[in-house]
Design a binder for this molecule. Structure first.
Ligand code: SAM
Length: 345
């Protein structure tokens, strides 16, 4: 049995983003429409047994990091139980979580005990009214309290994900930098992507992060940085300084004289498909091979028809061989009709 998943473009797939639900307790303007109700039916959700089986197969094929995401993963009941089962898999080295933070106060301790080590929390504004407007009525205080709970529970690093929108929250980036410096958080700035109608309308607020970086350079002394830790076996990371801690595409700088790292995630202005190392599993078991393409393989029918473990691994290998070379968010912004919450952000 091989221990690496290599796609047709010689990229090593080492990371699965696992959506445990497409539901969310917020309605961010760029993500889900306020009146959206077309969610995956619970009977179609992979059960924890099925998820564990799929992730075990992935880890036996070479994947060693998994991120729990959604939708809002903390809305799936008993998530810490799933986290404990996954973190017990012998080849899984890194279990992380992306959350909006709303329910983090209640769950941070249990998640940490279950083996989640680090988290990313979405936070687009530090102003209560603006936060509510962006998130469809979300309460900023809950998220800030959730972040404090994450710190208390020993989740580290905590990364703040901020989707930067021109004329919406780009005047707050400096405030966010200072907020993260004070709390020892990492800040990641993200360009809006044209996913679904919501993402496409938000793209009218698209801002090239190079512009943001130049603005920040007028205020802060920024030096190139790499996130520490993690394996550094991905060649692109060594060549480009891409972070391997998140195993991902952020290009980092550090604010001199502080421990703050700021990551720039630029799927639109400077895509990073050549170093893509991930696939996404939706709540109903569709394996999406690229965030910006429709290619997918449905694993749920295979699981429910009783496929063997070897058969499952073969299906995963065959899927990876079909991973597209790149997204076409710029060339074909109308292409992806599914919302980010469906694929697993
Ligand atoms: N609910 C969790 C959270 O808030 O982080 C995880 C899922 S959410 C879909 C994951 C990330 O996708 C969030 O940081 C969110 O801001 C981002 N996102 C959603 N739609 C997006 C879009 N159209 N463009 C850029 N980022 C988007």
């Amino acid at each position: 049995m091989g221990h690496k998943l290599i796609d047709a473009f010689n990229r090593e797939i080492e990371y699965v983003r696992l959506s445990v639900t497409d539901r969310c307790d917020l309605r961010c303007t760029y993500c889900l429409p306020p009146d959206h109700h077309d969610f995956i039916e619970p009977e179609d959700w992979l059960t924890f047994d099925e998820i564990e089986r799929v992730i075990r197969a992935f880890t036996e094929l070479g994947v060693y990091r998994v991120r729990l995401t959604g939708g809002e993963p903390l809305t799936r009941h008993h998530l810490p139980d799933l986290a404990a089962r996954l973190s017990a898999l012998p080849h899984l080295e890194d279990l992380s979580l992306s959350t909006n933070g709303v329910q983090l106060r209640k769950q941070a301790g249990a998640l940490r005990k279950a083996g989640v080590k680090r988290i990313n929390v979405s936070l687009d504004s530090l102003q209560a009214a603006r936060f509510a407007a962006i998130t469809g009525g979300g309460k900023l205080n809950k998220v800030l309290d959730g972040l404090a709970a994450a710190n208390e529970a020993g989740l580290h690093p905590v990364k703040i994900n901020m989707v930067v929108m021109n004329g919406v929250n780009d005047d707050e980036i400096e405030d966010m930098v200072r907020y993260c410096i004070d709390r020892d958080f990492t800040l990641r700035l993200i360009e809006t992507m044209p996913m679904g109608d919501t993402g496409r309308s938000a793209s009218s607020h698209y801002l090239d992060l190079e512009v943001v970086r130049s603005r920040l350079e007028e205020r802060f002394d920024l030096v190139p940085a790499v996130m520490p830790g993690g394996r550094s076996r991905h060649p692109a990371s060594r060549d480009t300084g891409t972070s391997m801690y998140g195993g991902g595409p952020a290009r980092y700088v550090q604010v001199a004289g502080t421990s703050l790292r700021i990551g720039f995630i630029t799927p639109i202005s400077r895509h990073f498909c050549e170093s893509c190392n991930r696939v996404r599993l939706s709540a109903d078991g569709a394996l999406y091979l690229c965030l910006g393409q429709d290619d997918k393989v449905e694993l749920r029918p295979l699981l429910r028809e009783g496929i063997s473990d070897d058969g499952l691994k073969e299906a995963i290998r065959a899927a990876i061989a079909r991973k597209p070379e790149k997204h076409e968010f710029r060339e074909q912004p109308q292409k992806i009709v599914r919302f980010m919450s469906r694929t697993g952000g």
